[in-house]
Write a protein that binds this ligand. Structure first.
Ligand code: ATP
Ligand code: MG
Length: 334
C-alpha cells in the first residue's frame, strides 16, 4: 500500500518504489476545482479511494477510520500536489450516521483552544454542497517561502503497538503509557500538563474516541514535543443511554464516565507520577471555564454559518456534563 500511495504521509516519511524515484524528483501542483472536491467528498463514504482519481499524479496516505482527502491550499485555491510537494490540509466528510459530526469536531477543537490548549486549526466548509471539516496540518511548516514536512508519530507508532490495538480495551495504550512517552518530551513539564489537560478535557466533553492514535508527538531538531490536539469530538450530543458514555481510555479502572469519581482521577495521576492535586485543580478550572467558553465558541460558530440547532444542542450537553463533573468529582470528596 505504502509503495503505491506513500508519496505524502503523516509526518516526514515518503515511500516511493525504485521505478518511480525519478518521477518524484520533479514536482508540481495540479489545480482542483471546488466542485471536483465536492464530487470526491460525496463519493468517499462508499468509495474511500475516491480521494484521488486514477489520473492524478500526486498520492497520499493517512491513518484513521474515516475516509479523507489531503490537499494543498495556496491562497484561496486548492491543488493536488505531486512529486515532492506536500499536502497542507486534510478534508474529512462527516459520517452520515452522526449528523453534525464536522461541526462537533470543529467546535471541540475551538473550545480546546479557547481553554488554552494547543489544537489543530479547523473550519467547516461546503464544496459544491458537500460538507467537510478542513484541518490544517501541523506536520507541515512554511519557512522562508518553502514548505517542509515535520516528522510526527502517533502514540501507537511511538509505542510500537499495531493500529488494531489503538483502543485500550483491545489491549492498546492507556494514559500512563502515553504519559511515559510524553515524559521524554523536550518540553517535559509543559507537555505532561498538556497531556493531563487533554485527558481531563476528553472526560469533560465525553471525547469517546480519544484513543492512542489520536495523540501524537512531533519531532524537532532537539528531540520531540507533544503535537497539538486533533480529531477531538464530543459524543455527548449522540448519547441515548448512560451505557453510551464510555471513554476510549480508562481513568483508573473505569471506562464508563458515570462510574468515575475523584479517587479514580487521583489513582490515575499516581500511575503517571503526576501530582493528583494539580490534576484535580485543572479539572475544576476547566469544568468552571467550559460554560462561558462554550457560549463564546458557540456564538462564533453560528456567525460562521454552522447549524444553529446542532451547536445549541452540543453547548447544552457540554454545559450539563461540566456541571455533572463539578458535582461528582470536585464537590464530593471521594
Ligand atoms: N492537523 C493534523 N496535522 C497533521 N496530521 C494530522 C492532523 N490531523 C490528523 N492527522 C493525522 O492523520 C491521521 C488521521 O486523522 P484523524 O484522526 O482526524 O482521522 P479519523 O479517521 O477521524 O481517525 P479515527 O480513526 O481516530 O476516527 C491522524 O492519526 C494523524 O496521524
Ligand atoms: Mg483519528
Amino acid at each position: 500500500m505504502l509503495k503505491e500511495i506513500g508519496d505524502d504521509c503523516a509526518g516526514a516519511v515518503r515511500f516511493v518504489s525504485p521505478e518511480r524515484i525519478d518521477d518524484t524528483r520533479r514536482s508540481g501542483l495540479s489545480p482542483i476545482s471546488e466542485s471536483e472536491i465536492g464530487r470526491r467528498l460525496s463519493q468517499l463514504e462508499s468509495d474511500p479511494a475516491a480521494a484521488r482519481s486514477i489520473n492524478d499524479e500526486g498520492r497520499f496516505s493517512l491513518a484513521g477510520a474515516q475516509a479523507k482527502i489531503a490537499l494543498r491550499l495556496e491562497g484561496d485555491s486548492w491543488y493536488i500536489p505531486w512529486g515532492s510537494e506536500p499536502t497542507t490540509h486534510i478534508l474529512k466528510p462527516p459520517r452520515s450516521d452522526f449528523s453534525g459530526q464536522a461541526e462537533d469536531e470543529h467546535f471541540c477543537l475551538k473550545l480546546a483552544s479557547a481553554l488554552g490548549m494547543r489544537a489543530a486549526q479547523t473550519s467547516v466548509q461546503s464544496f459544491a454542497g458537500s460538507k467537510a471539516i478542513v484541518v490544517k496540518r501541523f506536520d507541515r511548516i512554511l519557512h522562508q517561502g518553502k514548505l517542509y514536512r515535520v516528522h510526527q508519530e502517533d502514540m501507537c507508532q511511538a509505542l510500537s503497538v499495531g493500529p488494531a490495538s489503538k483502543y485500550e480495551s483491545d489491549g492498546g495504550p492507556g494514559v500512563a503509557d502515553i504519559m511515559q512517552i510524553v515524559s521524554g518530551s523536550q518540553r517535559r513539564l509543559e507537555d505532561r500538563d498538556a497531556l493531563m489537560n487533554a485527558i481531563v478535557f476528553n472526560y469533560l466533553i465525553l471525547g469517546a474516541d480519544a484513543h492512542a492514535k489520536n495523540y501524537s508527538i512531533l519531532y524537532t531538531s532537539e528531540g520531540f514535543i507533544l503535537a497539538p490536539l486533533y480529531d477531538v469530538a464530543s459524543f455527548a450530543p449522540y448519547v441515548k443511554s448512560p451505557k453510551d458514555e464510555r471513554l476510549a481510555m480508562r481513568i483508573d479502572r473505569y471506562y464508563k464516565a458515570a462510574q468515575i469519581r475523584r479517587r479514580h482521577f487521583e489513582r490515575m495521576a499516581r500511575s503517571c507520577n503526576y501530582p493528583a492535586k494539580k490534576l484535580l485543580a485543572s479539572l475544576e478550572k476547566l469544568a468552571l471555564a467550559i460554560p462561558a467558553a462554550c457560549d463564546q465558541v458557540g456564538a462564533s460558530a453560528i456567525d460562521e454559518g454552522l447549524d444553529t440547532t446542532f451547536i445549541e444542542k452540543l453547548v447544552r450537553a457540554l454545559k450539563s456534563r461540566s456541571q455533572q463533573a463539578l458535582d461528582t468529582i470536585v464537590a464530593s470528596p471521594k
